[in-house]
Design a protein around this ligand. Structure first.
Ligand code: RUQ
Ligand code: CUA
Length: 660
């Protein structure tokens, strides 16, 4: 029996290797042994580890030898760790944990660096310092509906903020806070040329999250869609060219922007069209029951190109500095429509051709497919009934093409290059693969399913949100891992499972524990589309303004300047010393400190920490970093380089002394 198994290994491995050779030139072909077969010890290893032929195939498809690079990069949200995590595919190696909403000491993010503190402060709420976040949906910048590898955006559900990350250096450059909503969820989604980054609200509040009694929910509470204008030249959101559309106090959920034929439109789900306001201590049902009473909720259908014209024509109201199109104006100008959606929908995904919208209802075993063409015809026909706010509700049968039973708890859908769709099934812990059927309801069929472990939320396919998905890989972003990994206490990692979708049947080929933060959503881009720099363009670079810093200090220019009670330090770092290595001030002085890493070699980063001062910097090759503080306590505080940069790294230090 054992012999047969071993023989099967050999055949499978040989076949896999032969198939694997043609893949790409970075994949080396293993040297055969002297008999021309596989190294004999590989079978022994497989047998000893109890690997099945499927396991061996999976290993061959994912193992990425030392020094070889991944074909794709997946950007996963870090959930309530407030960051963004770059992961290589197929290796599933974490490449970088990018700090966004939350301080992160390794990257010197939020521990004194002046420019970064200012950026984080732009996300403060009414004077309250916010240094955490709940990042959900990353969106890569697009050109003509395809990822262009230049920027990535992500939302903070917790305080309705949006961040801009530059993919030249994988660093956060801007955080904006919506002035009128306090929680978002349908964000971030970009228009096909990244003119706008869309952000839908989640839990309705009065504008500016002011106080209003819950008994006045219907009159005073509102949802919102904000279109943040992205200025590509500047690489920044331009709040002065952004606008919002007032929405009813249904809880808007996920959104997606139209593409190709549906370019110019954005679509959002909603739940709690019941407008429940809680009260489980006052005799009312829990929210979970009261927000899911109705059979239908409403899709929000928004014509953002028309909204742009309405804003240009000045038909807005300025609320907390943001031009807002009111619901009555949105109705009058044909900016906003609703369409019924079955029971508490969650995912909203526009097909690659832009012609259909796939909506998945958490409490409905179907995905519902809407046709953009039918929506346009329904709008033109004028057949609708008004909701409580007078917004036209199109007839379900006029806009819906098909309903396909895919399984229990369908949430999100992704697409491949062969006209297939993949829907996550939270309750079933499965991914369902199904065929898109165009305008023919009978042509929509479920093809097959694969179990995943466990409770899948989102899923992401290679370039799966673009006009031309790649197929090949899909990642299941599972909320629970339960028994998948060696136990690490009650707080478990999530399980990111890589699935091979190149064939008819889907195969799970890798389990990756994500022990950093909960990936909600992710986007997967071909790695060669990203052109990351190795070192900053010039010594003395300011990564935020992307130009030479006025505080750039070159070797020989190091100095300490005193001006009354203000002491300014101009420091350089190079292997293996910091210059100056003595800084002495008087108690009560205000200290302004600049450090330029004058290195130009790849990876020659110097970190910097000052004992007893909550200061941590990462100064990458060519970068100038700044921080300032009041020297309130007298004492002797060593400062030192935190990156093990050379054999004499421990010597890369100095003394900061505060004389009483
Ligand atoms: S969520 S599991 Cu996108 Cu925030 Cu669906
Ligand atoms: Cu520089 Cu260690």
């Amino acid at each position: 029996m054992k012999r047969i198994v071993v023989l099967a290994f050999v055949l499978v491995m040989l076949a896999s290797l032969m198939l694997g050779c043609s893949k790409d030139d970075k994949t080396p072909t293993p040297a055969p042994d002297s008999q021309g077969g596989l190294p004999a010890d590989s079978m022994a290893i497989a047998a000893e580890r109890g690997l099945t032929p499927d396991d061996i195939n999976a290993a061959l498809m994912t193992y990425t030898p030392s020094g070889t690079w991944d074909e794709y990069i997946t950007f996963m949200s870090g959930g309530h760790s407030g960051n963004l995590i770059a992961v290589g595919v197929p290796s599933m190696r974490i490449l970088k944990n990018i700090a966004v909403f939350t301080p992160e000491a390794w990257q010197g993010y939020g521990f004194g660096n002046t420019e970064i503190e200012q950026m984080l402060d732009a996300g403060n709420v009414d004077g309250e310092t916010i240094r955490m976040g709940d990042s959900h949906h990353p969106a890569l910048s697009e050109t003509a509906g395809d990822y262009d590898g230049q920027w990535i955006f992500i939302n903070d559900k917790n305080s309705a903020r949006v961040a801009v990350i530059d993919l030249r250096d994988f660093e956060t450059k801007q955080i904006v806070k919506d002035p009128n909503i306090i929680s978002n969820h349908g964000a971030t989604f970009v228009s096909p040329n990244t003119d706008y980054i869309f952000q839908g609200a989640q839990y309705a509040t009065p504008f500016g999250w002011e106080y209003a009694p819950l008994s006045e929910y219907q009159e005073k509470y509102r949802g919102m869609m904000t279109a943040w204008k992205f200025d590509r030249e500047a690489g920044r959101i331009d709040p002065s060219k952004s606008f919002s559309i007032e929405l009813p106090p249904y809880w808007q959920d996920l959104c997606d922007a139209g593409k190709l034929v549906s370019d110019g439109w954005v679509f959002c789900n909603s739940f709690n069209t019941e407008m429940a306001t809680g009260g489980n201590m006052e005799g009312q049902p829990n929210f979970e029951a009261s927000v899911s009473q109705r059979d239908m909720d409403y899709m929000h259908i928004i014509d953002w190109k028309k909204a742009e014209q309405v804003v240009a024509a000045g038909k807005t109201e300025e609320i907390n500095g943001m031009p807002v199109i009111s619901i009555p104006t949105a109705i009058e100008e044909g900016v906003l429509y609703l369409a019924p959606e079955p029971k508490s929908p969650h995912g909203m995904d526009v097909t690659p051709d832009g012609k259909y919208l796939v909506v998945a209802g958490k409490l409905d075993p179907h995905v519902t497919i809407y046709s953009f063409d039918k929506i346009q015809k329904a709008i033109a026909s004028g057949n609708s009934t008004p909701d409580a706010f007078g917004i036209p509700i199109l007839n379900f049968d006029d806009v819906m093409v098909a309903q396909l039973e895919v399984g229990l708890g369908p949430l999100h859908t992704q697409f491949d290059d062969k006209g297939n769709a993949y829907t996550s099934l939270f309750l079933d812990s499965m991914v369902a693969k199904w065929k898109l059927g165009g305008d023919d309801p009978a042509a929509y069929v479920v093809l097959n399913k694969v179990p995943v472990q466990y409770n899948i939320g989102h899923l992401v396919a290679a370039e799966g949100d673009t006009v031309s998905p790649d197929g090949k890989y899909l990642i299941a972003l599972n909320k629970w891992a339960v028994d998948r990994f060696t136990p690490v206490g009650p707080l478990l990692p999530q399980n990111e499972q890589l699935i091979d979708i190149s064939g008819d049947a889907m195969k799970v080929i890798y389990d990756m524990p994500m022990g950093v933060g909960e990936p909600h959503y992710a986007q997967m881009i071909k790695a060669d589309k990203i052109h990351a720099i190795n070192t900053y363009p010039e010594v003395g670079w300011d990564p935020i303004s992307w130009q030479k810093s006025e505080f750039a200090t070159l070797p020989g220019e190091e100095r300490i300047e005193r001006n009354g009670n203000e002491v300014e330090v101009f420091m350089t770092s190079v292997r293996s010393h910091l210059t100056p290595d003595r800084v002495e001030v008087k108690q009560g002085d205000h200290v302004i400190w600049h450090i330029t890493n004058v290195e130009t070699a790849q990876d020659a980063t110097h970190g910097f920490q000052l004992d007893g001062h909550n200061i941590s910097l990462s100064i990458e090759p060519g970068e100038t970093a700044n921080f300032e503080f009041d020297a309130t306590n007298s004492g002797t505080y060593p400062y030192y380089c935190t990156e093990f940069c050379s054999a004499l790294h421990l010597e890369m230090m100095g003394y900061f002394q505060v004389a009483p």
